[in-house]
Design a binder for this molecule. Structure first.
Ligand SMILES: Nc1nc2c(c(=O)[nH]1)N[C@H]1C(S)=C(S)[C@@H](COP(=O)(O)O)O[C@H]1N2
Ligand SMILES: [Mo]
Length: 322
């Protein structure tokens, strides 16, 4: 049986549990195989960044929501952080020992002031803001999480990106000693993600240091993680140690693994199904319903942030650039 057949699941049987299992199987199938690179987009030139992004005042409606938040105990025990294992409960058990200090972030590439900074230097003078965002995982579940953090763009501008900086690439720590999942050659570690520069500068893009009014738990990506609420959760890379301004679309962990299934943009879009499951609905893990009795709700375009972000994608074919 070839890989594609091995991973095919009859539509009627698809639940987010089977989806997550199949995703884990995909990792196992690819263990040891060479990285595929950006094969999915080979040849075609991606659409350039939008020339301007709205300012904070224009997108303020997206900073909060009146939807019922997820309970802290669900948001901190039902996690994806493959460096600590592929089970949902693995990170909350295994990540406690991740050493958060000292923590340095190396910033480089197409910018005038590159450098490696300790976390408090990186964030010096910035006060964390609270942003309550929806988080929609590509597997078909979602949460509502009150984050604490600073706008990504505010931090990036300190490094004076040049006109060649068309994308921003991020990498997670990959420390074999502290991260038991690194021993499996599934993802081509370190976990990497990227944004187009306009997306990175958009005021909704957050560098989070906390949630629920307290410091981020390790399993949620302490001490510093990205939160990009209009994209599938895997774009929101955890425990960041490197940020690079680059001219070309950078390689990213899930796109490397299966470019036909995980695009670079990965904007939440109920009209573009994952090749192996529908993206029209999601299981909302919120309030006392918790993860066992989560409601199924309709997935919204750009995860409900279309008013804030759609202008960046004007004229872009969102099926092609999924
Ligand atoms: N380094 C790293 N970042 C990661 C992941 C991961 O496995 N490793 N998983 C991603 C996925 S698939 C999701 S849905 C979110 C989950 O964030 P949460 O556990 O804080 O809800 O983190 C993302 N960031
Ligand atoms: Mo995810």
């Amino acid at each position: 049986m070839n890989l594609r057949d091995a991973l095919r699941i009859p539509a009627a049987e698809v639940t987010d549990e089977t989806v997550y299992r199949s995703r884990r199987r995909l990792l196992a199938a690819f263990a040891g195989a060479p990285a595929l690179g950006l094969a999915g987009c080979a040849g075609a030139e991606p659409p350039p960044p939008a020339r301007s992004v709205p300012d904070a005042a224009q997108v303020r409606a997206g900073f909060d929501t009146d939807e019922e938040p997820t309970r802290f105990e669900d948001a901190s025990t039902y996690n994806n952080f493959y460096e600590f294992g592929t089970g949902k409960a693995d990170p909350s058990r295994a990540a406690r020992t991740l050493r958060l200090s000292p923590w340095n972030v190396a910033v480089g590439g197409e910018c005038e002031r590159p450098g490696t900074l300790a976390l408090d230097e990186l964030l010096a003078g910035l006060l964390p803001e609270e942003r309550t965002y929806r988080l929609r995982c590509v597997e078909g579940w979602s949460m509502v999480i009150p984050w604490l953090g600073v706008p990504l763009g505010t931090v990036l501008r300190r490094f004076a990106p040049t006109s060649k900086a068309k994308y921003v690439a991020f990498a997670t720590l990959a420390d074999r000693e502290q991260m038991p999942g690194i021993r499996y050659r599934s993802i081509d570690w370190p976990y990497r993600e990227g944004l187009r520069i306009d997306e990175a500068m958009h005021p909704l893009s957050l560098l989070a240091t906390g949630m629920y009014g307290r410091p981020l738990p390790q399993q949620n990506g302490a001490p510093l993680r990205l939160v990009v609420p209009w994209k599938y959760g895997f774009k929101s890379i955890k425990s960041i140690v490197a940020i690079d301004f680059v001219e070309r679309m950078p390689p990213t962990a899930w796109n490397d693994l299966q470019p036909s299934e995980y695009g670079f943009f990965s904007n939440v879009n109920p009209q573009v199904d994952h090749p192996r499951w529908s993206q029209k609905t999601e299981r909302r893990i919120a309030g006392s319903a918790g993860k066992l009795f989560a409601n199924r709700i309709e997935t919204r375009m750009f995860n409900g942030y279309a008013d804030q972000v759609a202008s960046m994608y004007a004229g872009m074919d969102l099926k092609k650039w999924f």
